[in-house]
Design a protein around this ligand. Structure first.
Ligand code: ZN
Length: 237
């Protein structure tokens, strides 16, 4: 079966060649999205081993880094399955790190405004969150609940990608409220007294979006502990 699949992949690669998202080189049959060279050189943040880092991220990029294409591919080029795979990697590292990242009960993505989700066809943060739950659970045996509608956007904001750093904070201030899935949090708080929630975004620059989301949870007080994760972390250098 495995051999058959390889032959099919080889055939498909002849008809529809696939290319590395990062360097543009043609991919070999066993490679997916990234060539082995780019996969080996991912600029990991290693933030899962450093305590005191408030946001847990997989890799860095800046404006000149070719790895920026990885983030853009998930967000703007319809590559939702790459989002799931990167999320799985992020989840595995989080589970391996243990320490401050252990015992996550709920994973909730930063929501898109419905008009943007409708246009894009998916919410990239939701894809990453889905992968996270699977990667995290497969390593530590505890699968957190995925709550795609824990937050909702009160209004449509300008895309953070094209807003300058000074405007990012005011752009998303009070942009989020609790959505329908908050009933699950209510039930868990009632049952366990305390719930650990991880909020997931695709990219983190200033962290304004993640913090704005978490402020929607403040009504829970100390019953809810909030953690943050993103696949990509923008390095300002
Ligand atoms: Zn490559």
């Amino acid at each position: 079966m495995h051999g058959k699949r390889n032959v099919l992949t080889d055939l498909l690669d002849c008809v529809l060649p696939r290319y590395c998202v990062v360097c543009g080189k043609r991919l070999l049959a066993p490679e997916r999205d990234l060539c082995l060279g780019c996969l080996a050189d991912i600029p990991y943040t290693y933030m899962w081993t450093e305590r005191g880092q408030w946001v847990f991220s997989l890799f860095y990029y800046n404006d000149v880094s070719p790895y920026k294409r990885l983030a853009l591919s998930v967000k703007y080029m319809g590559n939702s399955s790459l989002g799931v795979r990167l999320g799985r990697l992020l989840g595995s590292y989080a589970a391996l790190a243990g320490n401050g990242l252990g015992g996550i009960d709920i994973v909730a993505p930063v929501p898109l405004h419905w008009t943007r989700k409708w246009k894009r066809g998916y919410n990239q943060s939701e894809m990453i969150a889905e992968g996270f739950v699977s990667g995290y659970g497969s390593v530590c045996g505890k699968y957190p609940l995925l709550l795609p509608s824990l937050f909702k956007r009160r209004r449509r904001t300008a895309s953070q990608t094209y807003v300058n750093v000074a405007d990012k904070v005011s752009n998303v201030r009070n942009a989020f409220v609790l959505g329908g899935d908050s009933a699950v949090v209510d039930a868990l708080v009632k049952e366990n007294g305390r719930v650990r929630i991880l909020i997931v975004d695709d990219t983190c620059t200033t962290g304004a979006t993640l913090l704005s989301c978490s402020s929607a949870l403040k009504t829970y007080g100390i019953s809810v502990e909030v953690l943050f994760a993103s696949v990509a972390k923008v390095r300002e250098d």
